[in-house]
Design a protein around this ligand. Structure first.
Ligand code: SF4
Length: 318
């Protein structure tokens, strides 16, 4: 079991170290809280590290100290479930930046309040930028909002990482209220129709035109003229979970035993019932193309797990 709200960071000479990352909406922090971070890091011999999600991680920690560290900080972990709305990246916008065209802080904080930690089919990152310079990297966010002179432009399906994808422009020039409303529609549509896949993967599977038509139909209060997303079927008539990131050719087939060499994405595609087992072992990154392209043995090593226990538990549910 992982200590509360902690990530395994390294295993060196058999010793594990952990990191914690408290939630820090928009990356704003008051001086007294900054001091508390410093005091806690000093007390527990941790190292402070700024993250790409505008947070401050404390790393190099021991498992047995994690509970006390949370108590000392008096903060909540940024991570909820592995597959949830992970973060809302917010640029300084018109409040603090001379180039800002609109208030990205107000809109971003509202999105954080509404959706942070909301469970989703895969990990979701949001971004809100106050002008087309896009300092909140809206083009590589699952949902991005970017201010222009005319209003808010909405982007969907972006991601960075080992399989980067630039977002598609969904709609332009919305008011703040409409921008908030369409994010809700996008997330509901994705939640209802997607499997374990990022929004970009989902869009690539069903086609951007269909995604756009369905989302805008609800947004404008119309009935979509397009058909429901086509979910591929297996020969046995079961719903397939698409291969995250399309990383494997699918060497595992129904009836095969799972082994240490089985690729994670194959395992969850052929045996979706293994997903809760993988999660119970702390392998929450099931929507991540790079991690699901690994063999189980490698994933177990990274997570500090006993590969035989993992394989046995997986085979018990298939
Ligand atoms: S995106 Fe525009 S408004 Fe936001 S910080 Fe960058 S330059 Fe400033």
């Amino acid at each position: 079991m992982l200590p509360k709200g902690a990530n395994l960071q390294k295993i060196r000479d058999g010793k594990k170290t952990y990191a914690i990352t408290p939630h820090l909406p928009g990356g704003f922090i008051k001086p007294d809280l900054m001091r508390k971070y410093a005091d806690v890091a000093e007390k527990y011999h941790g190292v402070l590290k700024l993250t790409s999600a505008q947070r401050i991680m404390i790393t190099g920690l021991k498992a047995e100290e994690i509970e006390n560290i949370w108590q000392d900080l008096g903060m909540q972990p940024a991570m909820g479930f592995a597959n949830c709305v992970r973060s809302v990246k917010i640029c300084p916008g018109s409040v603090f930046c001379k180039r800002g065209k609109r208030d990205s802080i107000k809109l971003g904080m509202e999105l954080d309040k509404l959706y942070h930690k909301k469970e989703m089919p895969s990990r979701i990152k949001l971004g809100v930028a106050g002008c087309p310079n896009s300092c909140a990297e809206v083009h590589v966010k699952d949902v991005g909002l970017m201010a222009t002179d005319e209003g808010w432009d909405v982007y969907v399906g972006g991601t960075a990482g080992s399989h980067p994808r630039l977002a598609d422009k969904l709609v332009t020039s919305l008011s703040e209220e409409d921008a908030l409303r369409i994010v809700g529609i996008i997330l509901r549509y994705y939640e209802k129709n997607a499997d374990i896949e990022r929004i970009g993967q989902f869009i690539d599977r069903i086609g951007f035109k269909k995604f756009q038509a369905d989302v805008l139909a609800e947004f404008y209060g119309e009935v979509s003229q397009t058909s429901q997303p086509e979910i591929p079927q297996t020969a046995m008539g079961e719903k397939l979970i698409p291969v995250p990131g399309g990383l494997t050719e699918g060497t595992l087939v129904i009836g095969d035993k799972i082994t240490a060499d089985s690729v994670v994405s194959d395992v969850i595609r052929v045996y979706p019932q293994t997903v809760p087992v993988l999660r119970s072992f702390g392998m929450g990154c099931l929507g991540c193309p790079s991690s699901t392209g690994e063999p189980l043995s490698q994933a177990a090593q990274i997570h500090g797990l006993n590969i035989n226990e993992l394989v046995d538990s997986l085979n018990q549910v298939i």
